[in-house]
Design a protein around this ligand. Structure first.
Ligand code: SIN
Length: 320
């Protein structure tokens, strides 16, 4: 029998509210035992151990929680065939990306959650958890980096992004799935090409002093004083292909000479932000490529803990 660890952190999957209703509930109130109890026969198929780490709405997650999760995974991974993490959907993509960059194991690690609380009619949590356990127990998931499972769809930690705050299928974004599940059957159709887990330079690095990195959104008429956050790194969430005004360009040039680091990203969900000869002729900004601003922040934090060399940071953004 495959050995699976479930690390619980809270979220809507562990949420409770008015019986039957999908709204006006409190996330992270039920234990993972309660959710497992609603999955018939799971304990006769898998040897499951529970690790209740946190019981929070994922909007309470922070770097300290991420590091605690990474440490827990590194500590227990040798004893299990796979690990499932239950998590709120709001920031699951950030936790997943941090973990895929920092954990030191090739064993399957699968995050899942739910859009409906456990007390709703047709709660989606039990089915997502059931599929996530099967995915984590499969040798097909070995070496794939951290995965996320929602509504029968398998995502990489790097590409998963919540795109609906309303639909059950809250993560479905064109061309980002690594594969699909039909009940407990697994169909991988692609692989994550970027570095992760045991091939990541961050998986063996001391993470106790990560530099501060902020995300600053540009919007029509935004004042450049917003760029003065005091953080060492700033991810500029530009418009279109990562754009902003001339005033912001000048301010960024000045701040970069003072030792700040800038990533150029976009508020547009689909597409890519490349380096640009015209927009950034001195190449002082790091293009986010296909990373969302939220994930670019995590990579810049880890990157700046590793090096202050701008060219090396650009290379890290290409590799990860
Ligand atoms: C949360 O992220 O904890 C609340 C929302 C959710 O899980 O869907």
């Amino acid at each position: 029998m495959k050995k699976i660890a479930i690390i619980a952190t809270g979220g809507t999957i562990a949420g409770s509210g008015h019986m039957g209703k999908t709204t006006n509930y409190k996330a992270g109130t039920l234990s993972v035992e309660n959710i497992l109890a609603s999955i018939p026969d799971i304990k006769s198929e898998f040897d499951i151990s529970l690790f209740p780490l946190l019981s929070v709405d994922s909007n309470e997650m922070n770097i300290t929680h991420w590091i605690a999760l990474k440490k827990k995974i590194d500590e227990i991974s040798s004893e299990f065939d796979g690990i499932v993490i239950t998590h709120g959907t709001d920031t699951i993509e950030e936790t997943a990306y941090f973990l895929t960059l920092t954990i030191n194991t090739d064993k399957p690690v699968v995050l899942t959650g739910a859009m409906r609380p456990a007390t709703a009619t047709s709660a989606d949590g039990p089915f997502n958890l059931w599929q996530a356990i099967h995915l984590a127990g499969s040798s097909l998931s070995y070496g794939q980096g951290v995965l996320a499972l929602f509504s029968s769809t398998i995502y990489s930690a790097r590409d998963i992004q919540k795109i609906s705050n309303y639909k059950i299928d809250a993560f479905e974004k064109a061309n980002t799935a690594l594969g699909f599940m039909k009940d407990d059957e697994i169909f991988f159709s692609s692989r994550q090409m970027k570095k992760h887990t045991t091939s990541s330079i961050f998986s063996s690095m001391d993470l106790s002093h990560l530099p501060e990195v902020d995300i600053v959104p540009y919007y029509a008429g935004a004042d450049s004083y917003l760029l003065h956050t005091g953080a060492k790194g700033i991810v500029v969430m530009g418009t279109g292909s990562g754009n902003f005004s001339m005033k912001w360009k000048k301010e960024i040039e000045t701040l970069q000479k003072e030792g700040k680091f800038f990533v150029r990203s976009s508020r547009v969900i689909d597409g890519i932000v490349f380096g640009d000869e015209v927009f950034d002729p001195h190449h002082i900004m790091i293009p986010s490529l296909t990373l969302s601003p939220y994930k670019a922040r995590i990579l810049l934090m880890l990157g700046l803990a590793y090096t202050n060399d701008l060219d090396k940071l650009k290379e890290i953004f290409v590799q990860y």
